[in-house]
Design a protein around this ligand. Structure first.
Ligand SMILES: Cc1ncc(COP(=O)(O)O)c(C=O)c1O
Length: 277
């Protein structure tokens, strides 16, 4: 069987599963506990955060663990809206986002009186940066644009958008990087991104783990009240085994990326010539 549904989810790497099982069995302490089992779990969490920060070329303090893409997107968008509503209630996204973005915007519009601009896309599925420029207002607080589209694979001009938004330092820039992570490189710092979402099961990690990158100095409201984990942005006991497995999956998928893309192109190019020959 050739599995062709990697945009929906990917098969976990064998090594990722092995890490998950090992950590679940041997490091079951709560990382917030003060005893030695807790400290051992916390050490793994810290190491995973360092590894992920290094792979994404960001700071360790900017990596927050979540349950995946849906949570990361909701936290970035609603967290920004809740924190900055007094400054402005205009938010911008595109017409082609994943439902975890589109429906968060719809809820903010319908229930909390935010004014939303949905940027249109051209026949290649891309927005025009000029359209974004023309939609910016004095009360705009957030722009959310996905990197790779989950249905047609269109790539948005993230670096160009970041450059434009750098002229508007009060507008936060969120990127849904769920489909691109581990496959299509993105320079987070150069693109001047404030918030960025990843989900482990899209790069051969496990379902139920993700990352929200929050640039140092950016303030958003948490959506969960609780034990103040993840720098108070995301309360809830961390999924240590899933996070260790995610760090491994991100490293492996980035290492495989350069080999995998020529292989995929080869399959794509041979698809018109008939299978099974
Ligand atoms: C672009 C995009 N964003 C967000 C998500 C949601 O991620 P998760 O399944 O981890 O909640 C998906 C999943 O299909 C996606 O493709």
């Amino acid at each position: 069987m050739i599995y062709f549904d990697n945009s929906a989810t990917t098969k976990p790497y064998r090594e990722v599963l092995d890490s998950f099982i090992k950590v679940s069995g041997n490091f079951f302490g709560n990382p917030s506990s003060l005893h030695s089992l807790g400290a051992a779990s916390e050490k793994l969490l810290t190491r995973s955060r360092q590894q992920i920060a290094e792979l994404l070329q960001v700071k360790e303090s900017e990596v927050l663990f979540t349950s995946g893409g849906t949570e990361g997107n909701n936290l970035a968008i609603k967290g920004t809206a809740l924190m900055h509503a007094k400054r402005g209630k205009h938010i911008i996204t595109t017409a082609v986002e994943h439902p975890s973005v589109i429906e968060a915007f719809e809820q903010l519009s319908e229930e909390f009186d935010f004014d939303v601009t949905y940027l249109p896309v051209d026949s290649a599925g891309r927005i025009a940066v000029q359209d974004l420029l023309h939609s910016i207002r004095t009360d705009t607080i957030l722009v959310s644009v996905m990197h790779v589209n989950n249905e047609v694979g269109a790539l948005q001009p993230i670096e160009e958008i970041g450059k434009l938004l750098a002229e508007y330092p009060k507008i936060l820039f969120h990127v849904d990087y769920v489909q691109g992570a581990g496959k299509v490189p993105l320079d987070i710092k150069k693109s001047q991104i404030d918030l960025l979402t990843l989900s482990a099961h899209k790069f051969h990690g496990l379902k139920g783990s993700g990352v929200l990158y929050i640039r140092d100095g950016v303030h958003i409201s948490p959506l969960f009240s609780g034990g103040s984990q993840e720098s108070r942005f995301r309360s809830g006991t961390e999924n240590v085994a899933g996070i260790v497995a995610m760090a491994k999956a991100l490293r492996m998928s980035m290492e495989q990326r350069d080999k995998g893309i020529p292989k995929l192109l080869n399959i794509k190019n041979s698809s018109g010539k008939g299978w099974g020959r």
